[in-house]
Design a protein around this ligand. Structure first.
Ligand SMILES: NC(=O)c1ccc[n+]([C@@H]2O[C@H](COP(=O)([O-])OP(=O)(O)OC[C@H]3O[C@@H](n4cnc5c(N)ncnc54)[C@H](OP(=O)(O)O)[C@@H]3O)[C@@H](O)[C@H]2O)c1
Length: 304
């Protein structure tokens, strides 16, 4: 398993993370958990809202049925979304959400806590007060954000004492806006795209780990692009290169993300043990520059 440095911590952690958003749909969550750990995936991503809390509970219940030790795992959760109602980064909500996650996960601490999606009414002082309290109580070891722009990170980091170690962002072959905007700097009006404010370069400059969520989903349509007839050119290239690198299209799509020098993590959401193995094994593959670009183009992108 390829390891990556986690933010500014100096700690090396697995480049493949198991996303637990779909754990309530797993036929055998104990086997899923055990397969992940057997293959070097010891980092698990949660959120208080996944399955309305059920996913965290299923994870803890499954863990208890194995001999895997809590301290050998890196458990991350997220908070700040009140589904269908609002985003809430108030001190009260953050603390309450973490206490809920700790209870459901049956653990005394989270290795990492991310703010799930920007709250328009966010007051950095309140976030800082919540983080200070959670850190002092030993309930959260590291902090970060998800779906945040560079300016939003700066606004927070200006006040929050703990370094924001990670930004979880959607990224993959068919959702590559963070790369597209870097390739299209200084182009004509129609190609200008600065929607992400250079978040990829910013993350590299600030040593924030980029965690790529929904890595196998097509951007707008929310469906898996692998083996999907709607994307023939990409799948032809994935099949061709999978053979060359002795992996599967799923493995290759993961290796494409990890080839980027930003030292990203892939947050894979599969509950299929065969796929978990494929993805873990593919973390070691180093795509050539040419193959990386060929896949980028086959996904429907153009170079200026
Ligand atoms: N921060 C955020 O805002 C945010 C948002 C969404 C997700 N996330 C995180 O990202 C994680 C991953 O999200 P996701 O589950 O949407 O992403 P994903 O890994 O791209 O998709 C996994 C889903 O695709 C299915 N799938 C079908 N064919 C596949 C193939 N060939 N390879 C891989 N998967 C295939 C899987 O089914 P099988 O189980 O049958 O394989 C599973 O239902 C979540 O668990 C969560 O931790 C974060």
């Amino acid at each position: 398993m390829k390891q990556v440095a986690f933010g500014t911590t100096g700690t090396l952690l697995p480049s493949i993370v198991l996303g637990c958003m779909r754990m309530n749909s797993a036929d055998d969550p104990v086997k899923v958990l055990q397969t992940a750990v057997n293959n070097g995936i010891t980092f698990f991503d949660h959120a208080d809202i996944y399955g309305q809390g059920e996913c965290e509970k299923i994870f803890a219940k499954s863990l208890a049925k194995t001999s895997i030790k809590r301290e050998d795992l890196f458990i991350q959760s997220k908070c700040g979304i009140v589904p269908g109602e609002m985003y809430d980064f108030s001190k009260e909500h953050i603390i309450e959400a973490v206490n809920g996650s700790l209870k459901r996960l049956r653990t005394d601490y989270l290795d990492s806590l991310l703010l799930h999606r920007p709250d328009a009414l966010m007051d950095p002082e309140e976030v800082a007060a919540a983080f200070d309290e959670l850190k002092a109580q030993g309930k959260v070891r590291h902090f970060g954000v998800s779906n945040h722009s560079p300016l939003q990170v700066k606004l927070l980091q200006n006040v929050v004492e703990q370094p924001l170690e990670a930004n979880q962002l959607q990224f993959g072959l068919m959702h590559s806006g963070m790369v597209d905007e870097g390739l299209n700097v200084n182009r004509g009006k129609e190609q200008i795209s600065q929607r992400d404010e250079g978040v990829l370069d910013f993350s590299r400059l600030e040593n924030m780990t980029v965690q790529a969520w929904s890595p196998y989903q097509a951007s707008l349509v929310k469906e898996v692009f692998i083996a999907n007839k709607r994307f023939p050119e990409l799948n032809q290239k994935l099949d061709e290169l999978a053979e060359k690198y002795q992996t599967t299209p799923t493995g290759l799509a993961s290796a494409w993300i990890l080839r980027h020098p930003a030292n990203m993590q892939v947050i894979a959401g599969t509950m299929n043990t065969q796929r978990i193995e494929e993805i873990a094994q593919a973390s070691e593959i180093q795509l050539s520059r040419k193959d990386w670009y060929q896949l980028y183009l086959a996904a429907g992108n153009h170079l200026p």
